[in-house]
Design a binder for this molecule. Sequence first.
Ligand SMILES: *Cc1c(COP(=O)(O)O)cnc(C)c1O
Length: 461
Amino acid sequence: MLYFSTRDTDKKFTFEEIILNGLAADGGLYIPEKIPTFTESAINRLLSSDYQTIAYEIIKQFTGETFTTELLKRMIHDSYKSFRSDFVTPLREVDDSLSILELFHGPTLAFKDLAMQLLSRMIEEVLSRTNSKASIICATSGDTGGAAVTSFANKKNIKLFVLYPKGRISEVQRRFMSTVEAENIKVISINGNFDDCQNIVKNLFNNRHFAKDVSLTAVNSINWARIMIQIVYYFSALSQYKRIEKNINFIVPTGNFGDIFAGYIAKRMGLPIHKLVIATNVNNILERCLKTGVYEVFDSIQTNSPSMDIQISSNFERLLFDLLDMSSGVVGKKMTQLRENGKFELSKSELKSFKDNFDAGSINQDETVKIIKDMYNKSHQIIDPHTAIAVGIHYKNSYKNSIVLSTAHAAKFPDTVEKAIGINPDLPNISDDIYKMHENIIELPNDVADIGSFITKNFSE
Ligand SMILES: *Cc1c(COP(=O)(O)O)cnc(C)c1O
């Protein structure tokens, strides 16, 4: 299995190269040259397997010969052994039309743990083969940072730099990052929003000399391995789905378009998914694009579902390439238009193929609070604001069969949950009381050059 960039299909790369590079040198995102597909009987076999087996069967399609069978199985096993559910991602039925896939049973209570736990092991393994070092830079809207810090703490030959928008993530999210004591981790607060953090990361990558000097890599969902690992739980969801209904929609709280893009790949591999539904808060660039064909960046608005306060959805570029059957030159051109004019437009046929696979909806802050309350009154389940948005869209659009991806545990967003139901949700049993521990945070200016020199200095130490 080889990979190429969404902006240049001539150059091919191995899996080892793409997990260490993160972003392609031409600014594009890596994608497999061909999406593997399963026959119906192979899918049925997978759907009667446990999480670890499904994970192995799917991931080996994309990693080829990179890891031996034994090593890949062991890394998968080790990644998920600390999860608080035997199913890893258990599916819970709410009513006849709706089930919820719980993706928050990992160490930092959000779906990012699923991919990060395994990705950190893969990167450490690949680096150890050549005894090389890497710097990882990661912009976080709240949950990626904690998952990355927990997964990469004390991993050999790796320095991790996490950028987060100051004051725009919840205290629990911040503490999951800042309370980890590890020499190889730097948690950096930036005066700006998530898009600013993401832009710094993109600019550092575009500086090829710098990127090479510090062996820069990315573990945001621009890293293909994240997407690849997230495909697994779409299969796991249907393996636990006991109803006979067909035409199941997956409703996915969406920011950077990584999680839902993994669902799209699952569908391309043969998993019977009807629609992938993009669920957003008022930062609804993707909903607007699906409804009008125009992808246009507005200012991002701070909301009570902060992990989705994003305007530029990086992984949308992967969809443009694959779904719209664009040649690599066309994707590059659209991305240049986006950079220069803040928008681009889809043709009628492009918009049609987008709509054939996807649907979209958005929910505002007050509605979000009300949905958390309604859900609690109806079923005594406490859901987080991101999950609530997806649940709200399920009922608003009157879908018949939906699986909502529950991307975070309610205890990560206690203020909004308490406002809705008057209960401060308990953190599940995690070993330490993060509210009492010392925080390690470095404040740096919202400036590419400053962040760059900080990384250079730390990389050589
Ligand atoms: C990261 C995150 C999202 C957005 O996921 P994308 O892959 O960026 O679309 C949604 N909800 C929560 C809780 C998150 O942490």
